[in-house]
Design a binder for this molecule. Structure first.
Ligand code: PHE
Length: 468
């Protein structure tokens, strides 16, 4: 029933593209991509990333959307209908979004915290950008003191509450309408900011870093990072795209829609990368560049300080990231709420309250483990064996490096070898058009994508992680 209701959601092609782009374009593009591009060596990472999007991401997106439309249900039911042996892929579609939502909502909270910071005390941010970020996370770098990060945690609570309120009320009118305005605005702001960043004195070194490939530091870990990032950013390998595909009607041209969303998502990631990395070089110096989350938060302070009216641009900028994050988080939450409702028979209202509370509880550990407290997670690979890295890192590694690649592999093997590309192409061509790239698609799904995913997965687990 619920599925039927939601299936009619995509009233138009634009509705679908915006909702899907809203899910895809999020913190992954603006918060994760620049940091990963920097870690992976700039241009070299970008080239690897683009190849992965074209050769693996796009065919996989087409496969997931097609599977969803053919099965007309959530990921678990789709596999149950089409081939029960692949039901395990559906289980990944519950576990992965769950882990992601726990930390995603925390980072959404940091975004709110930065809106408050620029509204209240921009000078304090400008004075010590990186340490200000750590302070939000509960760690005062100057004194080495740790405190419970109340500010960040309360903001995460606020973020989750807004998220829950929207999911409770339904996403159609509110969030889709919001997306129509917020997404183009995000793009305009990114472009303007890009121009400002690229003309900052000292950004030349960073621009070169982003365009001159140096493969000397590329390892299998770089490939795995790029792969995990592509899946994360495109919302692949976790059932969400299958679910979204199930709401598509048969008149829609799946490959075309997939290419548009892949293109939009990648463009936003690249814009963010070219905006943030050179700005970091210009304002912090390459040697001071923090990793991961601090990129999108600390590194931009110098830029805002340097431009006239920077404080307001900053508020607007974080507001837009907030919307990008919110629309992604809503798609994650919706999927999990739908499961709780349909499979565990929990009332929607109850699910919308209980689930975010669980996300919040786990998320607190994520934020506390970042800087303030020594909370360990768990990780294992063949090179280092069992290790106990910081809890937050282990959450991200497990999703990016194991769960999503394995789930994506399951989709490729299923579509390529069991369901067969011919069935997929038949489903795709229901709109009356001919899928001209059908042969290439079959080849990529049967051979290239699964082989690449398997190789990267095995080698990186065998050689161990090298991630900041
Ligand atoms: N793709 C989103 C981003 O880039 C994150 C996300 C992952 C959203 C999975 C939904 C599902 O931020």
């Amino acid at each position: 029933m619920e599925t039927e209701k939601k299936r009619s959601e995509w009233s138009s092609k634009l509705g679908f593209i915006l909702a899907y782009a809203g899910s895809a374009v999020g913190l992954g593009n603006i918060w994760k991509f620049p940091g990963k591009a920097y870690d992976g060596g700039g241009a070299a990472f970008i080239i690897i990333y683009l190849c992965i999007v074209v050769l693996i991401g796009c065919p996989l997106m087409i496969s997931e959307l097609t599977l969803g439309r053919a099965g007309k249900a959530d990921a678990l039911t789709v596999f149950k209908k089409l081939d029960r042996r692949f039901r395990w892929v559906g289980w990944f579609a519950i576990i992965t979004p769950f882990i992601i939502t726990c930390y995603y909502s925390q980072v959404g909270g940091y975004v709110i915290r930065y809106i408050i910071a620029y509204a209240k005390e921009p000078q304090a941010v400008y004075a010590r950008p990186l340490n200000y970020f750590y302070e939000i996370l509960g760690y005062t770098a100057e004194t080495g003191e740790s405190n419970f990060p109340w500010g960040a945690i309360l903001c995460a609570f606020l973020f989750l509450s807004i998220n829950a309120a929207v999911v409770m009320g339904g996403v159609k009118d509110g969030i889709e309408r919001l997306n129509k305005v917020a997404m183009p605005m995000l793009l305009i702001i990114l472009l303007v900011r890009l121009c400002v960043c690229l003309t900052l004195p000292g950004s030349g070194e960073g621009i070169l870093f982003m365009v001159r490939p140096d493969f000397s530091n590329v390892t299998f870990s770089t490939f795995l990072n790029a792969l995990g990032q592509a899946f994360y950013s495109l919302s692949l390998g976790m059932g969400i795209t299958i679910t979204y595909g199930s709401y598509l009607n048969e008149k829609e041209n799946i490959p075309k829609n997939a290419m548009i969303v892949c293109g939009m998502d990648t463009m936003v990631a690249l814009l963010a990368g070219f905006m943030i990395v050179p700005a970091c070089f210009a304002t912090m110096g390459a040697e001071n560049i923090g990793k991961g989350a601090s990129f999108a938060f600390a590194s931009l302070a110098g830029v805002f300080e340097a431009i006239p009216g920077g404080r307001f641009v900053a508020i607007l900028f974080y507001l837009l990231i907030f919307f990008a994050a919110l629309t992604s988080c809503i798609s994650l939450t919706e999927t999990l709420v739908a499961y709780a409702e349909e499979r565990l028979h929990i009332k929607r209202k109850a699910a919308v309250i209980i689930l975010p509370l669980i996300f919040f509880a786990v998320g607190i550990l994520y934020t506390c483990s970042q800087a303030a407290y020594d909370i360990k997670g768990i990780w294992a690979d063949f090179a280092t064996g069992l290790t106990f890295p910081c809890f937050g890192d282990s959450m991200e590694w497990i999703c990016d490096r194991i769960l999503t690649p394995v789930c994506a592999l399951g989709v490729c093997v299923f579509v390529g070898w069991f369901w067969k590309p011919a069935s997929a192409i038949r489903e795709i061509e229901k709109d009356g058009s001919r899928f001209g790239l059908g042969k290439i698609f079959s080849f990529l799904v049967r051979f290239i994508a699964p082989a690449a995913i398997l190789l990267i997965l095995i080698v990186s687990l065998a050689t161990g992680v090298s991630l900041g």
